[in-house]
Write a protein that binds this ligand. Structure first.
Ligand code: SF4
Ligand code: SF4
Ligand code: SF4
Length: 281
Protein backbone atom coordinates (compact mmCIF):
# COMPACT_ATOMS: atom_id res chain seq x y z
CA UNK A 1 0.00 0.00 0.00
CA UNK A 2 1.49 3.39 -0.94
CA UNK A 3 1.66 6.12 1.71
CA UNK A 4 -1.16 8.23 0.17
CA UNK A 5 -3.51 5.28 0.24
CA UNK A 6 -2.60 4.60 3.88
CA UNK A 7 -3.41 8.20 4.73
CA UNK A 8 -6.81 8.06 2.99
CA UNK A 9 -7.70 4.80 4.69
CA UNK A 10 -6.84 6.07 8.17
CA UNK A 11 -9.02 9.18 7.62
CA UNK A 12 -12.59 8.85 8.86
CA UNK A 13 -15.36 7.76 6.52
CA UNK A 14 -19.12 7.22 6.49
CA UNK A 15 -20.40 3.72 5.85
CA UNK A 16 -24.00 4.28 4.74
CA UNK A 17 -25.93 1.05 4.52
CA UNK A 18 -28.99 1.95 2.47
CA UNK A 19 -30.58 -1.43 3.22
CA UNK A 20 -30.85 -0.32 6.86
CA UNK A 21 -32.23 3.16 6.08
CA UNK A 22 -35.87 3.68 7.03
CA UNK A 23 -36.26 6.98 5.21
CA UNK A 24 -36.96 8.82 8.47
CA UNK A 25 -34.86 11.81 7.28
CA UNK A 26 -33.51 12.41 10.77
CA UNK A 27 -30.15 12.98 9.06
CA UNK A 28 -31.60 15.74 6.88
CA UNK A 29 -33.09 17.49 9.89
CA UNK A 30 -29.94 17.12 12.00
CA UNK A 31 -27.85 18.58 9.18
CA UNK A 32 -30.17 21.59 8.85
CA UNK A 33 -30.14 22.11 12.59
CA UNK A 34 -26.38 21.83 13.08
CA UNK A 35 -25.58 24.02 10.09
CA UNK A 36 -28.41 26.50 10.79
CA UNK A 37 -29.81 26.05 7.28
CA UNK A 38 -33.20 27.50 6.54
CA UNK A 39 -36.13 25.31 5.48
CA UNK A 40 -37.26 25.19 1.86
CA UNK A 41 -40.77 25.11 0.48
CA UNK A 42 -41.70 21.51 -0.33
CA UNK A 43 -44.56 19.55 -1.90
CA UNK A 44 -45.60 16.02 -0.90
CA UNK A 45 -45.03 14.56 -4.39
CA UNK A 46 -42.79 16.81 -6.44
CA UNK A 47 -42.97 14.97 -9.78
CA UNK A 48 -39.60 13.23 -9.29
CA UNK A 49 -40.73 11.15 -6.31
CA UNK A 50 -41.36 11.52 -2.58
CA UNK A 51 -37.97 13.13 -1.84
CA UNK A 52 -37.93 16.67 -0.60
CA UNK A 53 -36.64 19.29 -1.28
CA UNK A 54 -36.44 18.62 -5.03
CA UNK A 55 -32.62 18.74 -5.01
CA UNK A 56 -29.61 19.51 -2.81
CA UNK A 57 -29.09 23.25 -2.56
CA UNK A 58 -27.26 25.94 -0.61
CA UNK A 59 -29.79 25.24 2.18
CA UNK A 60 -29.84 21.43 1.89
CA UNK A 61 -26.45 19.72 2.22
CA UNK A 62 -27.90 16.21 2.37
CA UNK A 63 -31.09 14.66 1.11
CA UNK A 64 -32.76 11.25 1.18
CA UNK A 65 -33.90 10.12 -2.25
CA UNK A 66 -36.82 7.70 -2.41
CA UNK A 67 -37.28 4.94 -4.95
CA UNK A 68 -40.39 2.74 -4.86
CA UNK A 69 -40.31 -0.70 -6.44
CA UNK A 70 -42.01 -4.09 -6.29
CA UNK A 71 -40.54 -7.10 -4.49
CA UNK A 72 -42.39 -10.43 -4.35
CA UNK A 73 -45.58 -8.58 -5.29
CA UNK A 74 -45.14 -6.09 -2.41
CA UNK A 75 -44.48 -2.36 -2.63
CA UNK A 76 -41.05 -1.52 -1.20
CA UNK A 77 -39.03 1.64 -0.76
CA UNK A 78 -35.29 1.98 -1.27
CA UNK A 79 -33.33 5.08 -0.26
CA UNK A 80 -30.19 6.96 -1.16
CA UNK A 81 -28.58 9.58 1.11
CA UNK A 82 -27.03 12.22 -1.13
CA UNK A 83 -24.20 14.37 0.27
CA UNK A 84 -20.64 15.45 -0.52
CA UNK A 85 -18.52 12.33 -1.05
CA UNK A 86 -15.41 13.87 0.56
CA UNK A 87 -13.28 12.42 -2.23
CA UNK A 88 -9.78 11.21 -1.41
CA UNK A 89 -8.49 13.34 -4.28
CA UNK A 90 -11.20 15.98 -4.72
CA UNK A 91 -11.71 17.47 -8.17
CA UNK A 92 -13.18 20.62 -6.55
CA UNK A 93 -9.89 21.25 -4.75
CA UNK A 94 -7.80 20.51 -7.80
CA UNK A 95 -9.46 23.18 -9.97
CA UNK A 96 -9.89 25.88 -7.34
CA UNK A 97 -7.40 28.59 -8.38
CA UNK A 98 -7.13 30.03 -4.85
CA UNK A 99 -7.11 26.84 -2.75
CA UNK A 100 -10.52 27.42 -1.16
CA UNK A 101 -11.15 23.63 -0.95
CA UNK A 102 -8.90 21.31 1.02
CA UNK A 103 -8.90 17.60 1.83
CA UNK A 104 -8.16 17.36 5.56
CA UNK A 105 -6.20 14.53 7.12
CA UNK A 106 -9.28 13.72 9.22
CA UNK A 107 -11.36 12.99 6.08
CA UNK A 108 -13.69 15.92 5.27
CA UNK A 109 -13.12 18.18 2.28
CA UNK A 110 -13.53 21.69 3.68
CA UNK A 111 -14.22 25.05 2.05
CA UNK A 112 -12.75 28.40 3.09
CA UNK A 113 -15.16 31.18 2.12
CA UNK A 114 -12.51 33.84 2.80
CA UNK A 115 -10.44 32.56 -0.11
CA UNK A 116 -13.28 31.94 -2.59
CA UNK A 117 -13.36 34.31 -5.58
CA UNK A 118 -16.67 32.98 -6.91
CA UNK A 119 -15.33 31.51 -10.19
CA UNK A 120 -17.46 28.36 -9.69
CA UNK A 121 -14.92 26.01 -11.31
CA UNK A 122 -15.59 23.63 -8.39
CA UNK A 123 -19.21 23.31 -9.51
CA UNK A 124 -18.13 22.34 -13.02
CA UNK A 125 -15.45 19.93 -11.82
CA UNK A 126 -17.34 17.96 -9.13
CA UNK A 127 -18.46 14.65 -10.68
CA UNK A 128 -21.24 14.32 -8.09
CA UNK A 129 -22.84 17.76 -8.65
CA UNK A 130 -22.36 18.73 -5.01
CA UNK A 131 -21.21 22.37 -4.62
CA UNK A 132 -24.08 24.86 -4.83
CA UNK A 133 -23.95 28.61 -5.26
CA UNK A 134 -25.91 31.15 -3.25
CA UNK A 135 -27.53 32.72 -6.32
CA UNK A 136 -30.07 34.61 -4.25
CA UNK A 137 -27.51 36.48 -2.13
CA UNK A 138 -25.84 39.79 -2.83
CA UNK A 139 -22.49 38.32 -1.72
CA UNK A 140 -22.76 34.69 -2.80
CA UNK A 141 -20.61 31.83 -1.58
CA UNK A 142 -20.30 28.19 -2.55
CA UNK A 143 -22.03 25.87 -0.07
CA UNK A 144 -21.80 22.14 0.52
CA UNK A 145 -21.67 19.50 3.26
CA UNK A 146 -18.73 20.27 5.55
CA UNK A 147 -18.34 16.69 6.76
CA UNK A 148 -19.09 18.35 10.13
CA UNK A 149 -15.38 19.14 10.40
CA UNK A 150 -15.86 21.35 13.46
CA UNK A 151 -17.61 18.47 15.27
CA UNK A 152 -15.11 15.76 14.43
CA UNK A 153 -12.22 17.97 15.53
CA UNK A 154 -13.94 18.01 18.93
CA UNK A 155 -14.18 14.22 18.93
CA UNK A 156 -17.87 14.17 17.95
CA UNK A 157 -19.44 12.30 15.07
CA UNK A 158 -21.06 14.26 12.21
CA UNK A 159 -24.57 15.44 13.10
CA UNK A 160 -26.26 13.22 10.50
CA UNK A 161 -24.36 10.12 11.69
CA UNK A 162 -25.30 10.90 15.31
CA UNK A 163 -28.98 11.33 14.48
CA UNK A 164 -29.31 8.25 12.28
CA UNK A 165 -30.92 5.37 14.21
CA UNK A 166 -29.80 2.59 11.90
CA UNK A 167 -27.94 3.18 8.63
CA UNK A 168 -24.83 5.33 9.20
CA UNK A 169 -21.59 4.09 10.76
CA UNK A 170 -18.64 6.45 11.09
CA UNK A 171 -14.99 5.53 11.63
CA UNK A 172 -11.60 4.97 9.99
CA UNK A 173 -12.05 4.32 6.25
CA UNK A 174 -10.12 1.03 6.30
CA UNK A 175 -12.41 -0.28 9.07
CA UNK A 176 -15.54 0.92 7.26
CA UNK A 177 -14.43 -0.93 4.10
CA UNK A 178 -13.77 -4.08 6.11
CA UNK A 179 -17.17 -3.83 7.78
CA UNK A 180 -18.87 -3.34 4.40
CA UNK A 181 -17.13 -6.44 3.02
CA UNK A 182 -18.11 -8.40 6.14
CA UNK A 183 -21.79 -7.47 5.71
CA UNK A 184 -21.82 -8.46 2.03
CA UNK A 185 -20.18 -11.82 2.82
CA UNK A 186 -22.55 -12.50 5.76
CA UNK A 187 -25.78 -11.61 3.89
CA UNK A 188 -25.16 -12.08 0.15
CA UNK A 189 -28.92 -12.23 -0.52
CA UNK A 190 -29.38 -8.80 1.03
CA UNK A 191 -26.66 -6.79 -0.70
CA UNK A 192 -25.48 -5.87 -4.16
CA UNK A 193 -21.93 -7.24 -4.30
CA UNK A 194 -20.27 -3.87 -4.64
CA UNK A 195 -19.17 -1.03 -2.36
CA UNK A 196 -19.88 2.36 -3.93
CA UNK A 197 -17.09 4.83 -3.12
CA UNK A 198 -14.40 2.20 -2.62
CA UNK A 199 -12.91 3.10 -5.98
CA UNK A 200 -15.23 5.68 -7.57
CA UNK A 201 -13.39 8.92 -8.39
CA UNK A 202 -10.26 7.38 -6.88
CA UNK A 203 -12.03 6.47 -3.61
CA UNK A 204 -14.16 8.59 -1.30
CA UNK A 205 -14.76 9.11 2.42
CA UNK A 206 -18.43 8.22 1.99
CA UNK A 207 -19.06 4.60 1.04
CA UNK A 208 -22.39 2.88 0.41
CA UNK A 209 -24.03 -0.52 0.50
CA UNK A 210 -27.32 -1.05 -1.32
CA UNK A 211 -29.70 -3.81 -2.33
CA UNK A 212 -30.62 -2.31 -5.71
CA UNK A 213 -28.22 -1.42 -8.54
CA UNK A 214 -26.68 2.01 -7.93
CA UNK A 215 -27.95 3.61 -11.15
CA UNK A 216 -31.54 2.64 -10.23
CA UNK A 217 -31.20 4.60 -7.00
CA UNK A 218 -29.77 7.67 -8.72
CA UNK A 219 -26.07 7.22 -7.85
CA UNK A 220 -23.80 8.91 -10.39
CA UNK A 221 -21.72 6.63 -12.58
CA UNK A 222 -18.20 8.01 -12.31
CA UNK A 223 -14.80 6.80 -13.41
CA UNK A 224 -12.59 4.88 -10.99
CA UNK A 225 -9.66 7.12 -11.83
CA UNK A 226 -9.11 10.04 -9.50
CA UNK A 227 -10.37 13.12 -11.28
CA UNK A 228 -7.73 15.75 -10.48
CA UNK A 229 -5.37 14.08 -12.95
CA UNK A 230 -7.55 15.17 -15.80
CA UNK A 231 -9.94 17.76 -14.45
CA UNK A 232 -7.98 20.58 -16.03
CA UNK A 233 -7.91 18.70 -19.35
CA UNK A 234 -11.72 18.64 -19.22
CA UNK A 235 -11.99 22.27 -18.17
CA UNK A 236 -9.73 23.31 -21.03
CA UNK A 237 -12.53 22.15 -23.34
CA UNK A 238 -14.91 24.62 -21.76
CA UNK A 239 -15.43 27.46 -24.29
CA UNK A 240 -13.16 30.48 -23.87
CA UNK A 241 -16.17 32.71 -23.36
CA UNK A 242 -16.95 30.81 -20.16
CA UNK A 243 -13.46 31.38 -18.88
CA UNK A 244 -13.59 35.07 -19.83
CA UNK A 245 -16.94 35.61 -18.18
CA UNK A 246 -15.85 33.44 -15.24
CA UNK A 247 -12.66 35.48 -14.92
CA UNK A 248 -14.50 38.81 -14.88
CA UNK A 249 -17.05 37.53 -12.39
CA UNK A 250 -14.27 36.17 -10.23
CA UNK A 251 -12.51 39.48 -10.11
CA UNK A 252 -15.73 41.29 -9.31
CA UNK A 253 -16.63 38.74 -6.68
CA UNK A 254 -13.15 38.91 -5.14
CA UNK A 255 -13.38 42.67 -4.73
CA UNK A 256 -16.91 42.41 -3.34
CA UNK A 257 -15.92 39.74 -0.84
CA UNK A 258 -12.84 41.63 0.17
CA UNK A 259 -14.84 44.80 0.82
CA UNK A 260 -17.41 42.86 2.84
CA UNK A 261 -14.72 41.05 4.80
CA UNK A 262 -12.87 44.23 5.68
CA UNK A 263 -16.16 45.77 6.81
CA UNK A 264 -16.92 42.77 9.06
CA UNK A 265 -13.39 42.74 10.50
CA UNK A 266 -13.66 46.46 11.28
CA UNK A 267 -17.05 45.91 12.99
CA UNK A 268 -15.61 43.06 15.07
CA UNK A 269 -12.59 45.18 16.02
CA UNK A 270 -14.84 48.03 17.12
CA UNK A 271 -17.12 45.67 19.09
CA UNK A 272 -14.23 44.08 20.98
CA UNK A 273 -12.59 47.43 21.80
CA UNK A 274 -15.98 48.71 23.01
CA UNK A 275 -16.35 45.59 25.21
CA UNK A 276 -12.82 46.00 26.59
CA UNK A 277 -13.56 49.65 27.47
CA UNK A 278 -16.77 48.64 29.26
CA UNK A 279 -14.92 45.96 31.27
CA UNK A 280 -12.25 48.49 32.34
CA UNK A 281 -14.81 51.00 33.62
S1 SF4 B 1 -18.02 15.19 -4.03
FE1 SF4 B 1 -17.52 17.03 -5.24
S2 SF4 B 1 -17.53 18.69 -3.72
FE2 SF4 B 1 -17.38 16.77 -2.57
S3 SF4 B 1 -15.16 16.45 -2.30
FE3 SF4 B 1 -15.76 15.31 -4.17
S4 SF4 B 1 -15.36 16.77 -5.83
FE4 SF4 B 1 -15.40 17.99 -3.93
S1 SF4 C 1 -21.64 15.52 7.59
FE1 SF4 C 1 -22.55 17.31 8.60
S2 SF4 C 1 -22.76 18.80 6.95
FE2 SF4 C 1 -22.46 16.80 5.95
S3 SF4 C 1 -24.51 15.95 5.59
FE3 SF4 C 1 -23.84 15.17 7.59
S4 SF4 C 1 -24.66 16.70 9.07
FE4 SF4 C 1 -24.70 17.65 7.04
S1 SF4 D 1 -31.40 9.14 9.62
FE1 SF4 D 1 -30.58 7.18 8.89
S2 SF4 D 1 -32.41 5.90 8.70
FE2 SF4 D 1 -33.15 7.99 8.80
S3 SF4 D 1 -33.24 8.66 6.66
FE3 SF4 D 1 -31.23 9.28 7.36
S4 SF4 D 1 -29.90 7.58 6.78
FE4 SF4 D 1 -32.01 6.82 6.67
Amino acid sequence: MNSDLKEFNSAAAFLIDMTKCTGCRGCQVACKQWNQLKGEKTRFFNGEGYQNPPSMSEYTFTRIKFRDYQKNGQNEFAFYKEMCMHCNEPACASVCPVGAFKKTKEGPVVYDAKRCIGCRFCMVACPFGVPKYEWSKAFPLVRKCTGCYSRIREGLKPACATACPSAITYGPRAEMLKEAERRIAARPERYLKKIYGKEEAGGTSVIYLTALPFDELGFKQVTKRSLPSYTWQALRLVPGIFLTVGGSLSLLSWFTHRKERLKKEEEQRQASSHKAKEENQ
